[in-house]
Design a protein around this ligand. Structure first.
Ligand code: DX5
Ligand code: ZN
Length: 242
């Protein structure tokens, strides 16, 4: 459960909860919601480092998904960090509610958020780690001035809105460019990549610089989410990269 804002932000507050990296972040978007507890338990048993929760508003993206109630329910099902990806307009109206529900990490889209410094500060005041998400066609340069304030950058490797889409290949060089920029500038931001990740490309995405790798359909399509998560997590281990 993320901490809530006090009267004034506490400059000495402990760092928000982020997973050890590299980490697999199963996205529950394509899980069986009638057996959500089983899906969460299976992915956790398979070695998930956190859970990625996709919040869509039917405006910023053409799909509607979950709100704080479901985040709160998932918070009761797992002790792993909850990574809430807000694909919504006017995110400032909802950030505190998601933090109260248990979000440890909250990302907003650059394309949907005109006053990013204010929004990022709000996330941090709520005790969550702050991230900004970029669509595949949004240039990295848009983050130049806010990168030092971010706990993570979420690079979309599909256009947001749906699970099960194909990884857009040009994002691979974007991951590498961001990794270089983070390292050269001494920024602390981790790099999260989201969309179209599976056993065929997870190693390359990691090697280009991703710290947190989101996978939805690669974990939850089919009958063995534990085995599918385990296969992806094993590919993230250095020994397996040869
Ligand atoms: C897409 C979401 C993703 C999605 C990933 O809008 O942000 O998190 O659920 O699903 P896969 O891994 O199936 O592309
Ligand atoms: Zn997502």
């Amino acid at each position: 459960m993320a901490r809530l804002p006090k009267e004034k932000p506490d400059p000495a507050r402990p760092a928000a909860r982020l997973p050890d990296t590299p980490a697999l972040a199963p996205s529950i978007l394509t899980a069986d919601f009638s057996h959500l507890a089983d899906a969460i338990a299976a992915a956790e048993a398979g070695g998930a480092g956190l859970f990625h929760l996709d919040v869509m508003d039917g405006h910023f993206v053409p799909n509607l998904t979950i709100g704080p109630l479901i985040v709160e329910a998932i918070d009761r099902l797992t002790g792993l960090p909850l990574d809430v990806h807000l694909m919504i307009e006017r995110p400032d109206l909802y950030i505190e509610r998601f933090a109260r529900a248990g979000a440890d990490m909250i990302s907003v889209h650059q394309e949907a958020t005109p006053h990013l410094h204010r929004t990022v500060q709000l996330i941090r005041d709520c005790g969550a780690a702050a991230g900004v998400a970029l669509n595949p066609s949004t240039p990295l340069a848009t983050l130049h001035d806010i990168l030092p304030d971010l706990d993570y950058v979420l690079l979309m490797s599909v256009d947001p809105g749906f699970g099960g889409q194909r990884f857009i290949p040009t994002v691979m060089t974007k991951i590498a460019s961001l990794k270089r920029h983070v390292d050269d500038s001494g920024a602390r931001a981790r790099i999260e990549v989201d969309g179209g990740i599976g056993t065929d490309n997870i190693v390359a995405i990691r090697e280009h610089g991703a710290d947190i790798l989101v996978a939805g359909s690669a974990v939850f399509d089919g009958h063995d989410p534990k085995g599918r998560a385990r296969a992806l997590v094993d590919l993230l281990k250095p020994a397996r990269r040869g």
